[in-house]
Design a binder for this molecule. Structure first.
Ligand code: BG6
Length: 489
């Protein structure tokens, strides 16, 4: 179904996110007929651009986007007519006054304000929107979509939540985590709660450990300035990986609606045992890549990347051993790892089952554990590995797998994560967004790690060669428990 007539205001309209993700997603929604004819987009940015300059930039962005959509001339002219541009500084009240004036004279009365800006601008924009009355829902809805990071730590996240709550109801706020728009991520709940078979063994009695990986071969590229401040923990774990963990570990919600799902996810984050400084030393790894080769190309180490301080202690890789203190998961390690410049792209959740209690097969390797692998990307799909008898007279079991592959099972390519989430925000469904208490619960897990790392300014960081599987320290983290990471490559 189409979204209601609505006006979408994008702050940070000349930035990368708008050009590479938001406008291509909106164009694809328009192409599929999901946007009503009255739908309008106003981009706000600092640069002085005409409406036509802005449209042309965005048209190029659509053609270059990851989904590389062909821009059909007649569709484009209709879509372009719905886009306009307003130039101005977000810190300047006049910009918001001009926006308010423009909105007062422009139907539709429903508005969404999308903050695709640097985190430093978020507070000012939220405050000013409320000051000029654009938070008001008298004539139609007024929603805020906010990009991560939601703060830098627990205290700043709480301050940001307070500031938002001073101007907006929680129901007006959509904190976006694009991982939740990925088809395979949304499928985790369907897989678990739509199949009696798996859910009945989804607990500490049957599961030995869970591995959650997000490995990227790319470096921080032109985002080195941002990444130097963020590091892998804040960039990936504090949001995407903790979301994957919550979907894997949560109890069944009472309904598939926003509050019910948020309640159960927040329970998981609240049950993660907070780390003491000693835990941080023993159960976390932070590392930086040194020069190496990725896909055959030589690449410099992190410290040689432009824009990186020569004494940078920013982690480009992190691995954590988290424990969830509840009845379902007591004693089951949840290992998380993520890093830049690794051997390959691999985002997956691997659930390792306990081995059989004894073996009557002659070979020692026959006691394979079953593993369910939820492949988020690439090669989206699910596989189950198990042991099968080797043909012939052998009495050995060899590992084999049953595979489900999205590309083979469904003819249609899934929509982009941003298209899915933008449509949800337009329709008023915040199930796949993060509620304020969830954000704070996530930071309660992350902040003790940040604090312990910040205090330790002497211990040299672990290193790993660009293009490798990560640091040896991460392997040792699992070896202590008799476990092993799956190979990334
Ligand atoms: C972003 C991070 O949120 O997610 C990036 O800031 C990271 O550093 C990206 O590369 C990964 O997203 P995806 O969809 O490519 O897995």
């Amino acid at each position: 179904p189409q979204a209601k007539p609505c006006l979408l205001v994008i702050f940070g309209a000349t930035g990368d996110l708008t050009r590479r993700k938001l406008i291509p997603a909106l164009y694809s929604l328009s192409r599929k007929g999901c946007l009503p004819p009255e739908f309008q987009i106003i981009g706000i940015g600092r640069r002085a651009l005409s409406d036509d300059d802005f449209r042309e930039q965005q048209r190029q962005g659509i053609e270059e986007s990851a989904e590389s959509q062909h821009v059909d001339a007649s569709l484009w002219s209709g879509f372009a007519a719905q886009i306009s541009y307003l130039s101005g500084d977000f810190n300047d009240r006049q910009t918001l006054d001009r926006l308010a004036e423009r909105l007062a004279s422009a139907p539709p009365a429903n508005r969404i304000f999308y903050l695709a800006t640097a985190p430093s601008a978020t507070s000012t924009i939220v405050r000013e929107l409320a000051t000029v009355g654009l938070n008001c829902e008298d004539n139609g809805f007024s929603r805020l979509v906010i990009e991560k990071p939601f703060g830098q730590d627990l205290a700043s996240a709480q301050a940001l939540n307070r500031l938002i709550a001073a101007g907006f109801q929680e129901s007006q706020v959509y904190r976006i985590d694009h991982y939740l728009g990925k088809e395979t991520v949304q499928n985790v709940l369907f897989f678990r709660f739509g199949n009696a078979l798996f859910e009945s063994v989804w607990n500490r009695n049957h599961i030995e450990f869970v591995e959650i990986t997000a490995a990227e071969p790319l470096g921080a590229g032109h985002r080195a300035g941002y990444y130097e401040e963020a590091g892998a923990l804040r960039d990936m774990v504090a949001n995407h990986l903790l979301q994957l963990l919550a979907l894997t570990a949560m109890e069944a919600p009472v309904a598939l609606d926003a509050d019910a799902v948020h309640d159960r996810k927040t329970d998981v984050w609240r049950s993660i045992r907070p780390m003491t400084p000693a835990d941080v030393a023993a159960r976390t790894v932070r590392a930086q890549y040194v020069a190496g080769a990725v896909n055959g190309d030589r690449v410099p180490g992190w410290l040689e990347e432009p824009g990186v301080r020569p004494d940078s202690r920013t982690e480009t890789y992190t691995a954590l051993d988290l424990r969830i203190d509840n009845w379902r998961w007591g004693g089951v390690p949840f290992y998380l790892r993520t890093g830049k410049r690794l051997a390959a792209q691999a985002t997956e959740i691997a659930v390792h089952f306990k081995r059989p209690p004894l073996s009557f097969f002659p070979c020692t390797d026959c006691l394979q554990s079953n593993v369910i692998i939820l492949r988020i990307q690439p090669d989206e799909g699910i596989s189950l590995t198990f042991g099968a008898k080797e043909p012939g007279t052998s009495r050995n079991a060899v590992p084999v797998s049953m595979d489900f592959c999205y590309r083979e099972a469904f003819a249609e390519d899934p929509p982009s994560a941003y298209a899915v989430l933008l449509l949800d925000a337009l329709r008023g469904d915040s199930t796949q967004f993060t509620r304020s208490d969830g954000v704070e619960a996530q930071w309660r897990v992350i902040t003790p790690i940040q604090d312990a790392w910040a205090k330790d300014t002497d211990t040299p960081l672990a290193t790993y060669e660009a293009g490798s599987e990560g640091p040896a320290e991460a392997d040792r983290l699992l070896e202590r428990n008799g476990h092993e990471w799956r190979s990334i490559g």
